[in-house]
Ligand binder design. Structure first.
Ligand SMILES: [Zn+2]
Ligand SMILES: [Zn+2]
Length: 503
C-alpha cells in the first residue's frame, strides 16, 4: 500500500512587483495611479544632500523640547525631527505660528552648555521662556532645514523601472495627500497647515496649481477629497478637523478634536465623518453644508488610533492602533459589537479593505502584512471575571488572606482565560492556544477545560501573514488590480501583487 502523500501546503503570498527607490527621505504617503503604471508620492526630504548641516542623532524628545523653547523665545521657526514625539503636541499648542522653513537660518543649539548660536544669546532667555523643564545634559545638536520638499509622480519606463516624471518642490514639507483619479485632482497637505491643490495632466507629466486652502495652523495630518459633495476634509496638528468647499475654496466648518487626528474616513451616503486620534478616541460627526453635530465618541484601544478604514457596505469601521491591535466596530449591526483582531507584534500603521472579497489588510511597523478574512463570524472577547479564588480548583488568590489562613494554603497569582474570561490560577491555565474566531491569531492563555474544548477547526487561522521586509509607514491598496503599495522607513516604496492572497 502506498504511503499517504501529504499535499504540499500552497505557498500563496504577495508577489513583489517593483521597488521604487530614489527618495532621500521616508515617503510619507504615496498612491498607485489606477489603470496606469504609476505612483504619486510625497515626502519631506528634510535632510537631503542640499542641506548645509546634518542632524546629529539625539533623542527625539530632546530635540522637540529644544525646538519648542527655541521657537518660543526666538520666534524663529524650525523644522526638525519632532513629529513622532509625544511632547510635540504640547509644544504645538503653545500658540506657535505656522512657519516657512525655507527662509531659515541654521541654528546651533548646545543645550548641555546652554549656549545658542544665532537667534538667542543666552540659555537663560531660552529656558525661561517656556514652561518645560529641562533635565539632564544634552549632546550638542544641530538643527537645520533643507530646501527639498517634493511631490513626485513616478511612471514605469520602457526599462521596467519607475522614474519621476514630475518632481515638484513645495514651499514646506509635505505631510499627506489625497488623489482623486476621476478628476486627477491632487491635494497635498503641508507642514505649514496649507493644503495645495493641483490637477495632473492626462499623461501625468505635468501638475497645474489650482488653489490653496489655509486649512490649519500647523501640519496637516490627513486629507480626504469627497468628489460627490465637492468637499475637502482635513485634520491637523492643531487638533482641528475642517472641511472646505473645493469649488469656492471657502471654509465650511470645523470641529476641535480631543487630540491630534491620525485617522479620517467619511461615509458619503449619511455624511458621517470618523476621526481617530492619538488619545485612542474615535469621534463620529454628522456634517451638514456648513455645520456639524457630534454623533458619538468611543474608545477601545489602550494606545492611540493610527489608522481608520470604513466599509460603507457592511457599515463597519476598522481602527488600527499603536497598541498592536485592530478593532472592528460593527456600527451597522447596532448592537455595539466590537471585535478585536490581534495579529501584529508592533503598532498597526495602515488599514485597507478589499470590499469585493471582504478582506481587511492591516500593515504594521513590524513589516507584517496581515490579510484578514472578514467573512467569518467572530465573537467578542469575554469580560474578565473577578474572583478571590481560582474558579477551577478553588485555590485562593494571594490577597484572599482569610481563605489562605482557613485552608492553610499559599495564595496564588490570578490569570484569566482568554476564551471564557474565568479567573484561574497558573496551574489551571498552563496551556496556550490561538482562538482565531475571537481575533487571537497568536497563542494566548486559556484554561485547561477551554483548551480541551477548542477544536482544530476552531484553531484554523482566519488570516494570512506576510513579511514586507520593511517597516511600513503607509499603504495604498488599488482594488481594481489587487495591487498594494507599501512605503517603508527604508525610504523605499514597494508594489505588491496581492491577488494570490486577496481573492
Ligand atoms: Zn486553579
Ligand atoms: Zn476558559
Amino acid at each position: 500500500m502506498a504511503a499517504e502523500i501529504q499535499p504540499k501546503p500552497l505557498t500563496r503570498k504577495p508577489i513583489l512587483l517593483q521597488r521604487v527607490e530614489g527618495s532621500q527621505e521616508v515617503v510619507n504617503m504615496a498612491v498607485i495611479v489606477p489603470k496606469e503604471e504609476g505612483v504619486i508620492s510625497v515626502s519631506e526630504d528634510r535632510h537631503s544632500s542640499s542641506s548645509r548641516h546634518c542632524i546629529i542623532p539625539v533623542e527625539v524628545e530632546e530635540i522637540c523640547l529644544c525646538v519648542a523653547l527655541f521657537k518660543n523665545v526666538a520666534g524663529i521657526p524650525l523644522n526638525t525631527e519632532h513629529h513622532s514625539c509625544r511632547r510635540w503636541e504640547a509644544c504645538q499648542s503653545q500658540s506657535m505660528k505656522a512657519w516657512d522653513a525655507a527662509s531659515l537660518p541654521v541654528a546651533i543649539v548646545n543645550a548641555g552648555r546652554g549656549c545658542l548660536e544665532e537667534g538667542v544669546s543666552s540659555a537663560t532667555d531660552l529656558w525661561s521662556g517656556s514652561g518645560h523643564r529641562i533635565a539632564g545634559a544634552y549632546p550638542p545638536l544641530i538643527i537645520n532645514t533643507s530646501t527639498s520638499r517634493t511631490v513626485r509622480v513616478w511612471l514605469k519606463r520602457d526599462s521596467g523601472q519607475y522614474w519621476p516624471s514630475i518632481y515638484h518642490m513645495m514651499p514646506s514639507p509635505c505631510s499627506c495627500m489625497s488623489f482623486n483619479p476621476e478628476t486627477r485632482r491632487l491635494s497635498i497637505g503641508l507642514d505649514n497647515g496649507t493644503i495645495s491643490e493641483f490637477i495632473l495632466s492626462e499623461d501625468y507629466n505635468k501638475m497645474t496649481p489650482v488653489k490653496n486652502y489655509q486649512a490649519h495652523q500647523s501640519r496637516v495630518t490627513m486629507i480626504l477629497f469627497v468628489l460627490e459633495l465637492e468637499w475637502v476634509l482635513s485634520t491637523g496638528q492643531d487638533k482641528q478637523f475642517a472641511w472646505h468647499c473645493s469649488e469656492s475654496g471657502q471654509r465650511l466648518g470645523g470641529y476641535r478634536t480631543s487630540a491630534v487626528a491620525s485617522g479620517l474616513q467619511f461615509d458619503v451616503e449619511t455624511r458621517h465623518v470618523f476621526i481617530g486620534d492619538q488619545s485612542g478616541q474615535v469621534t463620529i460627526l454628522k456634517l451638514e453644508q456648513d455645520n456639524c453635530t457630534l454623533v458619538t465618541t468611543f474608545r477601545g484601544h489602550t494606545g492611540g488610533v493610527t489608522a481608520l478604514c470604513w466599509d460603507p457596505v457592511q457599515r463597519v469601521l476598522f481602527s488600527g492602533s499603536s497598541d498592536h491591535s485592530v478593532i472592528m466596530w460593527d456600527i451597522g449591526g447596532r448592537k455595539g459589537t466590537a471585535i478585536e483582531l490581534q495579529g501584529h507584534n508592533d503598532k498597526v500603521q495602515a488599514l485597507s479593505y478589499a470590499q469585493h472579497t471582504r478582506q481587511l489588510i492591516s500593515c504594521g511597523g513590524d513589516g507584517g502584512i496581515v490579510v484578514w478574512n472578514m467573512d467569518v463570524e467572530r465573537q467578542e472577547t469575554p469580560e474578565w471575571l473577578d474572583s478571590d479564588s481560582c474558579q477551577k480548583c478553588d485555590q485562593p488568590f494571594f490577597w484572599n488572606f482569610k481563605q489562605m489562613w482557613d485552608s492553610k494554603k499559599i495564595g496564588l497569582r490570578q490569570h484569566h482565560c482568554r476564551k471564557c474570561g474565568k479567573a484561574v490560577c497558573g496551574k489551571c491555565s498552563s496551556k496556550r492556544s490561538s482562538i482565531p474566531l475571537m481575533g487571537f491569531e497568536f497563542e494566548v492563555r486559556v484554561c485547561d477545560s477551554c483548551h480541551e474544548a477548542i477544536t482544530d477547526e476552531e484553531r484554523a487561522p482566519t488570516a494570512t501573514f506576510h513579511d514586507s521586509k520593511h517597516n511600513i509607514v503607509h499603504v495604498h491598496f488599488d482594488a481594481t488590480r489587487g495591487w498594494l503599495l507599501t512605503s517603508g522607513t527604508d525610504k523605499v516604496i514597494k508594489l505588491w501583487d496581492m491577488t494570490p492572497v486577496v481573492s
